[in-house]
Design a protein around this ligand. Sequence first.
Ligand code: 13P
Length: 252
Amino acid sequence: MRTPFVAGNWKMNKTSTEAKALILELKDGLEKITNVEIVVCPPFISVPAVSNLLETSSIGVGTQNVHWEDNGAYTGEISAPMVKEFANYVIIGHSERRTYFGETDETVNLRLKAALKAGLIPIVCVGETLEENEAGKTFDIVSNQIRNGFTGITESEMKSVVVAYEPVWAIGTGKACDAETANEVILKTIREPIQAMFGADVSSELRILYGGSVKGSNAKEYFSQPDIDGALVGGASLKPDFIDIAKAAGAC
Ligand code: 13P
């Protein structure tokens, strides 16, 4: 049995003051859901404040990115040991990082290795663009992102990894990918390639999330699918709707 997993990606939203207010608004409702691993990922600068408020809480904290070197002349970057003082999770390879900041499967792989070395739980994002989807390339694109992203990772390291399938065309558009299709893509382009690379045990234990316009009102459809173990939530994670999504994950 895979424990359901729901993560909120706050993206570049909320000042530190607003982030504290948001977590205080969501905290009690989220803490009542005891059978779901729940994580919030504020912008870097708000992570210490949010983490402080969640010190004795079951809710985990993550960052939205991490650099692959531990330290050095990398202006503006944050390393995995720096993250680890405040957070236990990290989102890696989000499509917005790939699209706007030039991230590639190779840098995803480097960041993943750094996160694992520091003992962080990585949430590795994959997904095809609208163009790729319309050209019928979804399966090739996503399975390649998996193969390249996970090169050189060991079977035991894979036990802490979470993967999120986020079709780029469904992010922030309100145009969610239908649940059966999302499940099929997850099975064929993530779970099966992971099985080929790391074996059946790793593949059957791997938690795979869907992300892209998930809301309280559609969450159950995704969580009822056999290969979808939770959600990576953007817009709705900034609202009490996030509690309904986490509840739906616990009820499936
Ligand atoms: P939305 O839920 O706003 O579509 O964002 C999804 C996402 O990118 C989560 O990482």
